[in-house]
Design a protein around this ligand. Structure first.
Ligand code: GTQ
Length: 348
């Protein structure tokens, strides 16, 4: 505090020292930090180039097996949260590698997970007795507390981006995890069952949501997402801020696909630029196709396909496409909305 003399300051400091043993602290010394006029994210804007990450991830493949690692993942760690396995203030992202013939053993945990497939053709994730083949660009959901394992039945590496709400459950001290009694969970339904039941504008006539707050569809195939975005682009009239954007939905209630993480995909035709906007949710952006740039609070990042970028909450962001661009996003927006503090601003 300014404008007070040294004697007063000493008196106050002496008072604060006597508060400490009582586990008390003066609010007025920290009020402006803990209740600022607007958010100032502690997360740093960070750019992970796939060309840098891929060789390192493959190197880890020679050091240990997926079985040994349980999950062989390089965490995309935000430099502002070194050692904390955080990509944004609230979300975790990592690159997972499965080599031919390997299994990442079955387990379940209270954090929700999403996988955005980057490369490889015969990777699979099994969730609660159903397998789905993971193709580049697919969004695969693993609901909280559902048994899941991963494998690779092809002859090349399979790599995807993991997104989990681990820091959020960590904050609430609600992380539980249980290993399964076998490396793979038994398959009880044919591949494609969930998509047929829930992903064709249809739903079972009886029965509730099998995974509670999480979408019952666990693979949103890229072919469909991409086709839809290209189809709506034919109508023209891209939104100045969002270009062509569609969100992934839970078909049973129209909401987001997980209880904590919002997911959407944006398509920018070559040459298109968006007008700046900002929102309170912190985001992870992954480049599916194309090249371009993103400006975040005035700093420009030039991105290439397969790169990943952490965008701190309440920063101004705008995109420019130098070729046809498809960007996958996930953020903690679901929680902001549910708890009523989501805010967004769009520049004219
Ligand atoms: O695949 O279950 O990146 O449990 C981190 C924790 C992936 C997974 C991660 C996990 C998983």
């Amino acid at each position: 505090m300014s404008g007070i003399d040294t004697a007063d300051q000493e008196k106050r400091a002496e008072f604060y020292n006597r508060l400490t043993p009582h586990n008390l602290a003066p609010l007025w010394e920290v009020l402006k930090d803990i209740v600022p006029p607007e958010p100032r994210s502690k997360a740093q804007t960070t750019h992970w180039r796939y060309d840098d990450m891929r060789p390192l991830l493959l190197e880890s493949g020679a050091l240990l097996t997926a079985e040994e690692a349980e999950r062989r993942v390089l965490v995309l760690e935000n430099p502002a949260f070194s050692g904390q396995s955080r990509t944004t203030a609230t979300l975790y992202a990592g690159l997972q590698l499965i080599l031919p013939g390997e299994t990442a053993p079955a387990h379940r945990h209270t954090p929700s997970a999403l996988r955005f497939v980057i490369e490889g053709e015969y990777g699979f994730t099994a969730v609660g007795g159903e397998r789905t083949t993971m193709r580049a660009g697919d969004l695969v959901i693993t609901p909280a507390w559902a048994w899941h394992d991963h494998g690779n039945e092809g002859d090349g590496p399979v790599i995807w981006l993991d997104g989990l709400d681990i820091p959020i459950l960590g904050f609430f001290e609600s992380v539980f995890m249980e290993p399964y009694n076998d490396s793979r969970h038994a398959t009880t339904r044919p591949e494609g069952d969930a998509l047929a039941r829930y992903g064709a504008g249809l739903a079972p006539i009886d029965g509730a949501s099998p995974y509670g707050l999480t979408s019952p569809i666990f693979n949103y195939p890229y072919r469909r997402t991409r086709d839809s975005l290209l189809q709506i682009a034919k109508a023209g009239d891209p939104d100045p801020h969002m270009a062509y954007t569609l969100r992934y939905t839970n078909p049973l209630d129209g909401g987001w696909v997980t209880p904590t993480m919002a997911t959407w995909m944006t398509h920018l035709p070559s040459g298109f630029s968006t007008t700046a906007m900002r929102s309170t949710d912190g985001m992870v952006a992954h480049v599916v196709e194309g090249e371009g740039s993103i400006e975040i609070d005035g700093a420009r990042i030039d991105f290439a396909a397969k790169d990943t970028i952490a965008i701190p909450g309440w920063t101004w962001r705008s995109l420019t496409a130098s070729s046809d661009v498809f960007l996958f996003f996930f953020s903690d927006r679901v929680i902001h909305e549910k708890l009523g503090f989501h805010r967004e601003e769009r520049r004219a």
